[in-house]
Ligand binder design. Sequence first.
Ligand code: MG
Length: 395
Amino acid sequence: MHISAHKNLKNIAIILCAGSGNRTGLLHNKILHMVGHITVLEHTLSAFDQSNIDGFVVVTSIQDQTAITSLLSTLQIKKPLSITTGGKARTDSVINGLNHTAKIYPDCSIVAIHDGARPYVQPQLINDTIESAKKYGSGILAVPAIDTIKQVDSDNIIGTLDREMLYHIQTPQSFRFDEIFSAYNKCVSVWANALGRPNFTDDSEVYQLAGYTPKIVLGDYNNIKLTTPNDFLKPASINSFIGVGFDVHQLVENRPLILGGVTIPFSKGLLGHSDADVLTHAIMDAILSASNLSDIGTHFPDTDPNYKNANSIELLKKVLEKISALDFKIHNISAVIMAEKPKLAPHISAIINSLASVLSISTTQISISATTHEGLGIIGEGKGIASSVSCLLVK
Ligand code: MG
């Protein structure tokens, strides 16, 4: 945590993480929930870290402050970050965040206020709101309403709102700092009592009540606020990519049997242009399939003398580089090896350890099973070994 003030930082993000998240049905703050391989908060901060934001204020509840502080200490956020506590209602948390921003970042000119539970915001959208705030005073992310929206009294529809005029408001909402700061201060002293509603769910309303005209910036329908249990399923489908891979090689005399980079003691080995590591080949194809990058035959053709007797683990490392360049990470790999002989069960954990180390993932992210073909067909007659692999990538 940075306590001293940071000079000359103009664009500051206030990330609101003080909500209880009761509607999610989770036992912990949704901010700390894992989506893919990282928490909701890490997704959010990472998007802002890649944007034109210069520094952060993270607003937490008192009960979550220890957990969030310890998570933040493990993250590699490039920009300065300071934590403060929120209040009971959202409005209190925003006011605390603004007061803290004034203290820690005295040169702040633009502030982007964002719900920590909107992890799918894109850096470009954040930048768009900042640019709008510089130009017009504010930039409010919003998307046009898709559904027809009705006014309802009890069970009765009493009116239809003109959809052309309706937008779903998102965050971030960026403002000139002095304007939103004074608007909130006014809101505390005057409107809260006069309007009989001490909590505002939206900053642009406070800004508007202070006499400004908030400016819309076109948002993204994927930039949802995680609120109900269903919301945690939607983003997973947006950011996850499944792939399958299959390979088979012939078993012959005088060749080593290599599976997942591990040499298995056996009287025969697999025949191929490379080391014929059938499991690693199927894994590479599953990863390439999930990332829509064709297959190993395209990347490492068996007509290329460079790949004669190639170590398949080295090829797997090349595949990893290709998907890393596209920002993909492996969520999990699930493989089955089909072999009549040898018995593979004693070697499975060594194979998992070998692959986890190469792929830089946990051994719990790789599952490998082995099966025979009950004497049926080519595999069952012991003429070859096959492998089938599924892989889930996250972006
Ligand atoms: Mg092969």
